[in-house]
Write a protein that binds this ligand. Structure first.
Ligand SMILES: [Zn+2]
Ligand SMILES: [Zn+2]
Length: 252
């Protein structure tokens, strides 16, 4: 059990299904109504999971402006720091553990962050402007994302085991661009196999992806010139190779 960063009670743990069907975990203090969660969970939580499910108005609610003592990390007890930056709108006040344990959003702040995130995505879609990068609307840096990858891999695997027997070897894939110009590719397969990433328009780039169990395959590609790229994977199983459909990602 984790103590709330405001030290007014123990955090309650919730699990939910976020965007892209990702199972997510977050924690909330039943007293001050603050949220404690990873940047990854903050990014992928559905808006409906937030204060709509957990009303903010309560006699013990403590807003960001009511916090008199520095909040402490529930995991390492270090003081949390207020975070600012491109990824966080000026009117939102999250606190962050500098050791990377997570983010604390006082009552009302997480839904403000989600609203701003949605507005930014909608604005770029409306005007057909490419997003600067997915990372600019996300809290997590690639480093945080890589830390979260273990959790995500576990989540994807749980989803696999819940679903009915697969039709094909290829299961799912995602590309995560970072502001530093690197892209993290994750692909999952239904049976142990070898996956290779191909980016044909980038000098026929291809690389065999890393895997420990043959089911989840990852690779990070760095220093990609800005542009939109199409890519695909080949999956080799028992000496037979199949090719996936084409996918697309944008690097800026
Ligand atoms: Zn609290
Ligand atoms: Zn910490």
């Amino acid at each position: 059990m984790f103590l709330c960063p405001n030290r007014d009670g123990f955090l309650k743990t919730y699990t939910t299904t976020g965007k892209n069907g990702l199972p997510l975990t977050y924690h909330r203090c039943p007293h001050c109504r603050g949220f404690w969660l990873s940047g990854f969970a903050a990014n992928f939580l559905m808006d409906t999971d937030l204060e709509s499910a957990h009303p903010v108005h309560h006699p013990t609610t403590r807003r960001a402006s009511d916090i008199r003592f520095t909040p402490l990390c529930p995991e390492c007890k270090a003081p949390l720091h207020q975070t600012h930056g491109d990824n966080i709108p000026a009117h939102v006040t999250p606190f962050r553990c500098t050791a990377g344990h997570g983010y604390f959003f006082p009552a009302g702040e997480l839904s403000k962050f989600k609203t701003a995130q949605q507005a930014k995505i909608a604005y770029h879609k409306l005007w057909n402007i490419p997003l600067p990068s997915v990372a600019s609307i996300l809290l997590a840096s690639l480093a945080v994302l890589l830390v979260s990858i273990t959790a995500m891999v576990t989540a994807i695997r749980q989803k696999q085991s819940m679903e009915s027997q697969a039709q094909s070897v290829f299961k799912s894939q995602t590309a995560f661009p970072s502001p530093q110009g690197t892209v993290l590719f994750v692909t999952t397969t239904n049976s142990p196999s070898t996956a290779t990433l191909f980016v044909p328009s980038w000098n026929n780039y291809h690389i065999v992806m890393d895997t420990t169990d043959g089911l989840t395959h990852t690779t990070t590609v760095s220093t990609i010139p800005p542009g939109t790229y199409r890519y695909f994977f080949t999956i080799t199983i028992n000496g037979k190779t199949v090719q996936t459909e084409m996918f697309e990602f944008s690097a800026r």
